[in-house]
Write a protein that binds this ligand. Structure first.
Ligand code: FE
Length: 200
C-alpha cells in the first residue's frame, strides 16, 4: 500500500478524533488540555533536567531510574502521557532517539518535535547509518564510541542525558541548561561550550 497523500492527513485526523469521541475514549476537554500542555512545553524543561543531573548525583539517579517521576517533580504533569525514559550517554556510548514508525517524541518535556524528526529520511537513515546522519549535524564521534539508536514509541518516550562538556567546571545550573539544546536532547548534537565562554 502506498503512503497516503499529505492532503489526506487533516481529514484522517478529524475522522480519528471523531471516532475516539464517539466511543467516549477522548473528550474535547482532554484534547484541549493536552494540546495546551504541549504548547507550554519546550526543550528548556529537558535542558533543566539535564543541567540538574550534571550537578546533583541524587537527582541524576532519580532521572535515570524514572524520567516521568523526575518530570513530575519539576512540575510537569505526566498524567496520561507515555512513560519517559532517560538514556545516559557515556564516553563509550552515544544515544540517538528516533521514532521509526511515526513521530513519537517526549513532548511533555521537549514540546513539539522538529519537522525533520518526522521525516521519512531521518527515520529510515538514523537506523541504517546513524554515524552518517550524525555527521550531517556536525556531530562526529570517535570511532570507538558505540552509537545506540533507540526507538521512541507510543508506549515509551525517550530523551538523552548527554555528557557534560569539558570547560564547564564551576558553572551554575542556568549556565549549564543554556547549552543543552533540543537537538542534544535527542542525540543528534552534543552540548557545546560557546567560544566566548571557552575563552573567558
Ligand atoms: Fe511515533
Amino acid at each position: 500500500m502506498s503512503a497516503p497523500a499529505r492532503s489526506d492527513s487533516p481529514a484522517r485526523l478529524e475522522a480519528l478524533i471523531g471516532a475516539l469521541k464517539a466511543k467516549s475514549i477522548l473528550t474535547e476537554e482532554e484534547l484541549a488540555a493536552r494540546q495546551a500542555q504541549t504548547d507550554r512545553a519546550s526543550p528548556e524543561i529537558g535542558a533543566r533536567m539535564v543541567a540538574r543531573a550534571w550537578l546533583d548525583p541524587e537527582w541524576r539517579r532519580r532521572l535515570l531510574s524514572d524520567g516521568s517521576a523526575a518530570a513530575e517533580a519539576m512540575g510537569v504533569s505526566m498524567a496520561g502521557a507515555p512513560p519517559l525514559g532517560v538514556l545516559e550517554d557515556t564516553p563509550q556510548r552515544h544515544h540517538l532517539v528516533v521514532c521509526t514508525l511515526c513521530s513519537c517524541y517526549p513532548r511533555a518535556v521537549l514540546g513539539y518535535p522538529p519537522h525533520w524528526y518526522k521525516s521519512f529520511g531521518f527515520r529510515a537513515r538514523s537506523v541504517r547509518d546513524p554515524r552518517g546522519v550524525l555527521a550531517e549535524w556536525g556531530t562526529v564521534l570517535p570511532e570507538g564510541v558505540d552509537i545506540r539508536v533507540v526507538d521512541s514509541t507510543a508506549d515509551y518516550r525517550w530523551m538523552v542525558l548527554p555528557l557534560r562538556p569539558d570547560g564547564t567546571e564551576g558553572w551554575s545550573e542556568d549556565q549549564l541548561a543554556a547549552i543543552v539544546t533540543r537537538d542534544a536532547l535527542v542525540g543528534v548534537a552534543l552540548p557545546k561550550v560557546p567560544p566566548a565562554a571557552a575563552a573567558a
